[in-house]
Structures are given as C-alpha cells and as structure tokens.
Ligand binder design. Structure first.
Ligand SMILES: *Cc1c(COP(=O)(O)O)cnc(C)c1O
Length: 373
C-alpha cells in the first residue's frame, strides 16, 4: 500500500457518533457532525450520519460541494460566515449558514429570492472566545434586522467556545445563551428554533448534571473523530480515540552519535569535560514531514521518540531497536495533525468498514433525525 497514508476506521466514527447522539439526546441536545477536519471526506460524513447525527456542518463551501457530489443530501450548514463570492453556492448547497454581518445576510437573502427559496440564518453570538460573533448587547437589534430581511429566516443562535482562546465554557456562559434566545423571541418575535451551544469543548458541561436550558444542539468534530476533549486533549470516556492512524515508510535507519552538547567544551581553557557517551542512538527517518501533517501533533509507538521534522522528513529515535528500511511506522494524530494530513495531497486516505449509505436523499428522509420542537 502507498504511504504516507491515513487509515480511517469508519466503524469507530459511527460508534463515537452513536454514543454522543444517545447521551446528548437524553439531555435534549441534537448533534451536528462537523466535517472540516477531514475536508468533508464523504465516507467519514456518511459514517457520522449512520451514527445518527442530525445534520452536517463544515467551514468551507468546497468541502460541502464535495459531500454533495458524493450524494449526501442531508441538511448541511456552513459554520464560517460566507465570503461574498460564495453566496450563490451557499444558497444552493447549504441548508443554513452561521453569520454575524448584515451585509452578508442581505446578499444571501437576495440570492435566495432569485431562486425563490428561503435560506436559514443562524446568528453567531460572541461569548468570550473573541473569534466570530455579534456582541450580545447587539443581538436583538441584528435579529430584528434578519427577521425583516426577505429571502432569509432566523433559524437560531449559536455560540463558539475554545476555538481561538483555549478556555472551556462555564455553565454561566451557556445559561446566558439561553437567556439571549428568550430575549430575542421576547423582543423581536421570531421563534429561535436552534440554540447551538458550541463544539466538543462543551461536552463536559452537556454531559454533566446541570440544566441545559434552551441549548438544544452541539456541533461536534473532534469528539466524534478523535474521541478527545479539545481543551485538555484528554480522551473522553466511552469514545474511541484511534479511528485514524497515519502510516509512513522508513527510508533510513542508522546509529548516529547524539550531538555533543556545546556546553561541554570550554575552548578558552582547552578543557574537555567528561560527558556521557553511551549515546549511539538509532535514528530512523520517516518519509513524511511538515508538508503532510503537523509533526508535533503525532504520537509514536512506545520506545520511539520524536527528534524533529523538516518539510519532508521526520526523524525519530528508536532507542536501539532497528526498524528496517521499507517497513512502516503507525502513528496517532491530534486534531491539528489530522486536519493537515487529511488536506495534504500526497497523503493517501484509506477507509475501512464502509457501510451502505444512509445519506442519499431517499434514505435521508427515513433516517430517524431528531426534530427540533
Ligand atoms: C470547528 C468548529 C466546530 C467543531 O469544533 P470541535 O472542537 O471539533 O468539536 C464547531 N463550531 C464551529 C463554528 C467551528 O468552527
């Protein structure tokens, strides 16, 4: 098989999605599967759908078009505010878009009217992550403007946590999001059907004991794909953490002295200090590099230590066990490594455990989606 390559165990992704859908469903929260880290890979998207997610979301129109082209016809929303040139594609391929700017929303409304459809708008509210979002004090005003814009409908409000800042949301933050939903309804009329509380960073809160208030949706990427908490990097109980693995080929393996630490030589006095030099290490070079993945986000088999990487080489210390040239090494990836590997053209993607799809338009209608009530 060719390498470098990512091997994807779809069964584990289905199981992770199913587990989260069931646990969160019991708390009145639907799950939107976020596909951006896998560039909208259609098999991964289908595994999420087969695991029972309520719909899909991605940050890029190109990824959404890729899923559409593969026959996926379930509701897909775009979670990055659309650029002006994307307007027509967003109307055509996305059921809803997350927005913060009235100019963009008006463009979407105009394009939707041309097609005689109504496009759903979810307003992103700034709640401390300081990335995208309308300021809470301006939300009523913006919601009223959306409600008055032809061609679009206000479907919901949403918050973002731990994306730019790495801070987990508090129960107080989410209670505030619930209050904002009530406030928008009270002051400008439209029913706020979707209150989307954030991503995988919200799971400790959502799976906890406290009230979920009006929050009825989470947008989950990392937890479904990697089974980890984005804030701590720790595994989440009940989830598989090895649905993805990166394989790379060994292209050199050789004993080399570890570099002599410069501090051990004192040139002025010509003094040579004694330093440990039992340090003939076996260095192994893998044919994978920064261009293929985030090498600092890789985890290696036990006994293998990461030394460093350049654009095309990764050097590891194999502590005297020789790994033959031509053999492969299997590595785990964090979110950043996964995202880079999935978007790298020279990294092959191999899927295992493919199932018949529940994502063609016909199957979608029979899929037991949670309905927002
Ligand atoms: C990436 C993203 C998510 C998913 O975040 P995870 O931590 O992967 O669950 C949710 N919402 C928005 C707006 C995002 O950009």
């Amino acid at each position: 098989m060719t390498s470098p390559r990512v091997e994807i165990d779809l069964g584990k992704i289905r199981a992770n999605a199913r587990y989260l859908v069931r646990r969160l469903g019991a708390r009145g929260i639907s799950v939107t599967g976020v596909t951006k880290a896998v560039c909208g890979h259609p098999d991964v998207a289908k595994a999420m759908l087969n695991g029972g997610v309520f719909g899909l979301a991605d940050a890029r129109v190109s990824n959404i078009i890729r899923m559409h082209a593969a026959g996926i016809r379930c509701p897909i929303s775009i979670i990055r505010a659309p650029m002006a040139h994307e307007t027509k594609d967003v109307i055509r391929f996305c059921d809803a878009s997350y927005n913060t700017e009235m100019d963009t929303i008006q463009n979407l409304g105009a394009a939707a009217r041309e097609k005689a459809i109504v496009h759903n708008i979810i307003l992103m509210v700034e709640m401390g992550d300081m990335r995208d979002g309308v300021m809470p004090e301006d939300l009523n005003d913006v919601a009223a403007q959306v409600a008055a814009t032809p061609g679009v409908a206000l479907k919901g409000i949403a918050a973002n946590f731990a994306c730019l800042g790495n801070v987990a949301p508090t129960a107080g933050d989410l209670a505030m999001l619930s209050r904002l939903a009530d406030q928008v309804e009270g002051e400008c009329g439209p029913y706020v059907a979707l209150v989307s509380g954030g991503g995988s960073a919200n799971l400790p809160w959502a799976l906890g004991e406290g009230s979920t208030g009006r929050v009825n949706n989470l947008r989950l990427g990392e937890a479904i794909l990697l089974g980890t908490d984005p804030v701590t990097g720790h595994p989440i109980t009940g989830l598989h953490t090895d649905a993805f693995a990166l394989f790379a080929e060994v292209i050199e393996t050789r004993d080399k002295p570890s570099a002599i630490p410069p501090a051990s030589i004192v040139p002025e006095f010509g003094i040579l200090k004694l330093v440990r030099n039992d340090d003939l290490r076996t260095r192994t070079i893998l044919a994978v590099g920064q261009q293929d993945t985030d090498t600092s986000g890789l985890t290696f088999p036990s006994g293998v230590m990461f030394i460093g990487a350049t654009s095309d080489h990764t050097v590891v210390d194999t502590v005297k066990s020789t790994v033959p040239v031509g053999s492969e090494m299997k590595m785990g990836m964090n979110y950043s490594a996964l995202m880079r590997a999935m978007s790298a053209p020279d990294v092959a993607k191999t899927v295992h455990g493919k199932q018949k799809m529940n994502g063609s338009s016909k199957d979608c209608e029979t899929q037991p989606y949670l309905t927002l009530v």
